[in-house]
Design a protein around this ligand. Structure first.
Ligand code: F6P
Length: 328
């Protein structure tokens, strides 16, 4: 390995995701293993601008593998979107002797890294951490599996009360632009219908499907709705519309919100984070930059950061088909 990099800065940015701490631990410990320094950058890119740095040693990341959130805190910095903000960040990194960055986050985080690298030729490697699983070039992002398990557990509980009262429930899950969470959690939780941004089911079809469910003997139903669904009504308007048109059902809404982002990471997310964290450090030590590490068919792979943010992760049509068959 070429060993030009001496001090790696580590930042978490954008929405937090369970498993980010496991990734932090992996990066810090890989740095210790390869005898390079690691510096934690607090509060995302905003902390980079303000020089909010602390050296991290292998012992500083003890007992965090099981913790949700990010010990480094996170932020969606507006200032980093400006040239002046990025210049300040560059000066802070230089003053601290940091010569490469590991960026843990999603699209926004990687876009920041791409511009920063272009302007200052600063080595950056990205690790995908977001519950949304909407990053191209990896089958899974860190946090997605935990969020799915959290959601399924909650919908199981909603099912208990829905079936006791013979109610129709609309459960809104996260996914401003992407339906992976809704589709997978919906199938896993046995939802009757799943509404996602990538497919507009249409109000009439939804209505017909729920009428059919009722006729087939179902006394209660659960519809999972992604936050960014395109049916044209928000989840409360949708519920009102269905109550007017399906008088045989009592309708309720449950918006799961930010609880989906919290909690102890699943074993899958911890292992994924450990693998990606180690590879990210190795890539930097190998003189690589502008790459994202991801997992494809259970192998750790790399993709250019630019491709990761521009590419579109296709929704699993086969899973949509399975969901249709299951809701008979
Ligand atoms: O991180 C992505 C995400 O989970 C989206 O699905 C959701 O719309 C968004 O975060 C909400 O995050 P915040 O409240 O932090 O803006």
């Amino acid at each position: 390995m070429k060993n030009k990099v001496q001090k790696i800065g580590l930042v978490t940015s954008g929405g937090d995701a369970p498993g980010m701490n496991a990734a932090i631990r992996a990066v810090v410990r890989a740095c210790t293993y390869y005898k390079v320094d690691c510096v934690g950058i607090y509060r995302g890119y905003q902390g980079m601008i303000e020089g909010d740095f602390e050296p991290l040693t292998a012992r500083d990341v003890s007992n965090i593998i099981n913790r949700g959130g990010t010990i480094l805190k996170t932020d969606r910095s507006k200032e980093f979107k400006t040239k002046e903000g990025r210049k300040k960040a560059y000066n802070q990194l230089k003053n601290a002797g940091i010569d490469a960055l590991v960026l843990i986050g999603g699209d926004g985080t990687f876009n920041g890294g791409i511009v920063f690298n272009k302007e200052f030729n600063f080595p950056c490697i990205g690790i995908p951490g977001t519950i949304d699983n909407d990053i191209f070039g990896t089958n899974y992002t860190i946090g997605y599996d935990t969020a799915l398990n959290t959601i399924v557990q909650v919908i199981d509980k909603i099912r208990d009360t829905a079936s006791s009262h013979n109610r129709l429930f609309f459960v809104e899950v996260m996914g401003r632009d992407a339906g992976y969470i809704a589709l997978n959690a919906g199938v896993g939780a046995g939802a009757e219908e799943i509404l996602i941004p990538e497919e507009d089911l249409g109000l009439e079809r939804l209505l017909e499907s729920l009428k059919r469910s009722k006729r087939s003997g179902k006394s209660s139903s659960i519809v999972v709705v992604a936050e960014g669904d395109k049916i044209g009504k928000n989840v409360f308007e949708l519920a009102d519309y269905m109550e007017e048109n399906l008088p045989q059902y009592e309708v309720r809404v449950s918006v799961l919100g930010h609880m989906q982002r919290g909690g102890s990471p699943s074993c899958f997310d911890r292992v994924l984070a450990s693998r990606l964290g180690v590879r990210a450090v190795e890539l930097l030590l190998d003189g690589k930059t502008n790459l994202m590490v991801g997992i494809i068919n259970n192998e750790v792979e790399t993709i250019e950061l630019e491709k990761a943010v521009k590419g579109r992760q296709e929704i699993d049509k086969e899973l949509l088909r399975v969901s249709d068959i299951m809701s008979i």
